[in-house]
Design a protein around this ligand. Structure first.
Ligand SMILES: Nc1nc2c(ncn2[C@@H]2O[C@H](COP(=O)(O)OP(=O)(O)O)[C@@H](O)[C@H]2O)c(=O)[nH]1
Ligand SMILES: [Mg+2]
Length: 224
């Protein structure tokens, strides 16, 4: 699952540099309902693309934001989350993250901490939303405090992939966040690294210029 992905166009991640394309990833334990949420959102004619060799499924979604056509690629796992960790290329160039837990299984809520730590290792800046799924099973959970989101300063959505509650709202808001992140940050760390490289190049150039000039310098009278 390398980023050049042996010439498979779907996995050419350079396309995410284009203004009108965003990549949104989905994280969370197995069976919390990640795939069901995608399917619910894209219920009208979604076309998931199973790339099982690469342990992921891509869902494509076309939309319009501020009168501009935007193509969203949703990346969903295809089982790799069982190992409690995703391949780095899953995170590569992602513009937003949807982190899901199952309100009926406490452990999936606890595990958000490690998913979030891994996400921040690779993508320290991208917007991330926390999604409490399966509220249809017990509406009372919406009264409970899920402090993880508050503590991290992340938006929290109570949703149900089964009956559709809040699903469209959550996805649409996440897409907006992804777009605005892309437009405003232009990968801050990438930029810092580029600046540093340029700085070093300039310095080296100055140095070699200086050395060259020193070599050309006529001998000073003192040295005669
Ligand atoms: N009651 C209920 N069950 C759900 C909901 N979303 C998913 N499920 C069930 O949870 C199981 C795992 O869902 P899936 O989307 O495959 O989870 P994933 O492994 O995170 O992709 C399936 O049996 C779904 O039918 C929901 O909102 N409510
Ligand atoms: Mg799944």
């Amino acid at each position: 699952m390398a980023s050049d992905a042996n010439g498979i166009p779907e996995l050419d991640q350079d396309k995410y540099d284009a203004d009108e394309q965003v990549k949104i990833i989905c994280l969370g334990d197995s069976a919390v309902g990640k795939s069901k949420l995608m399917e619910r959102f894209l219920i009208d004619g979604y076309r998931p693309q199973q790339l099982s060799t690469y342990a992921l499924t891509l869902y494509k979604y076309n939309t319009t934001i501020d009168r501009k056509a935007v193509l969203v690629d949703f990346w969903d796992t295809a089982g790799q989350e069982r190992f409690q960790s995703m391949h780095p290329s899953y995170y590569h160039k992602a513009h937003a993250c949807i982190m899901v837990f199952d309100v009926q299984r406490k452990i999936t809520y606890k595990n958000l901490t490690s998913w979030y730590t891994e996400l921040r290792e690779y993508r320290p800046e991208i917007p991330c939303v926390v999604v409490a799924n399966k509220i249809d099973a017990d509406m009372k959970v919406t009264q409970r405090n899920f402090n993880f989101a508050k503590k991290q300063g992340l938006p929290l959505y109570f949703v149900s992939a089964a009956d559709g509650t809040n699903v469209v709202k959550m996805f649409k808001e996440t897409i907006k966040m992804a777009m605005s992140y892309k437009q405003n940050s232009s990968d801050f760390m990438d930029e810092v690294m580029r600046e540093l490289e340029n700085f070093e190049l300039e310095q080296n150039k100055d140095l070699s210029l200086q050395t060259a000039q020193e070599g050309l310098k006529p001998e000073s009278p003192e040295s005669v």
